[in-house]
Design a protein around this ligand. Sequence first.
Ligand SMILES: Cc1cc2nc3c(=O)[nH]c(=O)nc-3n(C[C@H](O)[C@H](O)[C@H](O)COP(=O)(O)O)c2cc1C
Length: 342
Amino acid sequence: MLDTIYPLIRAGLFRLDPEVAHHLSLAGLRLAEQTGMLRLACPAAGLETPVELLGLRFGNRIGLAAGMDKDGNTIDGLGRLGFGSIEIGTFTPRAQPGNPKPRVFRLLDQEAIINRMGFNNPGIAAGVANARRARHFRGVLGFNIGKNKDTPNENAAVDYLECLRQAYPVADYIAVNLSSPNTPGLRELQGPEACARLLDTLQREQARLASEHGKRVPLLFKVAPDLDDAHIHELAAVFLAGGLDGLIATNTTLDRELVAGHPHAAQAGGLSGRPEFAKSTAVLQAFASHLGGRIPIIGVGGISSLEDAQAKLRAGASLVQVYTAFIYQGPGLIRRLARGLG
Ligand SMILES: Cc1cc2nc3c(=O)[nH]c(=O)nc-3n(C[C@H](O)[C@H](O)[C@H](O)COP(=O)(O)O)c2cc1C
């Protein structure tokens, strides 16, 4: 039913500033979940097509990408829409406000978004507390982690370690965000040497935490689409040598040729949605060919139809995530993908 009325809801939401619409939607989902309305509006039938990956059981192949539930306080409501996995965050050790507003822009005719949120989040401790309050979501819960804006890159590992330790008992997997374009210098951590060092540091802690908590939580690295093939080759070698558990490809792009001429094209930030699809999928495919199936990949970036999601799988992904097209198309997209990818 929610699928049917989404065009009306969207018409209302799209009259508002994107960030206001975002908060209103999540608040609406929480309310609808708490009152039991969401369960009636979104029957789960046919959405379960389980997939085993990373030692986890995903309810289906379609996940919610990071950055929509930045606080981790809408897990049950979003889960009700049919996602097999939800990635919350990005969380940093300390709460931070993010960049000045406005910082999210809709490119309506392109089904795209440019955002420069800058890791606005309540801090990892609040994120963990929020996640512990989720009661009904049975899918896989990922924690996406990053570093505070004022932490210099030399100390970035300290921030990631802090988030890893706090999230570990609650998370099904941890996504290490190396690829947001909105935290100055963050993408430098994708340099092969910096990346190898960070992977090694985090894996040592992962091993310690695994024995402390009696469970092994996989580590995934999330990369940018703005990497050339030589860089992808080097990074793939780092990931293979280090034995990374999984890769998430990709984050948003800085490339504006994809939306040249659009009035918002000059806005700073990361571009997501339909125009990013080809570039993001090419990077996914390049990683897949270098990794040769030895490290599983979650494909994200510009998926706006079942055909796109299938193309990500053909390019080498085992699972997919969406964000931008979900805003434009609503819960119907999730249900179509969950059923279609089964
Ligand atoms: C408004 C907005 C905020 C985002 N915030 C985050 C974030 O905090 N961490 C992250 O790893 N990715 C973030 N992303 C990137 C998405 O997770 C995803 O990688 C990207 O949008 C490409 O997928 P899409 O085309 O389906 O949106 C954000 C995207 C958008 C549009």
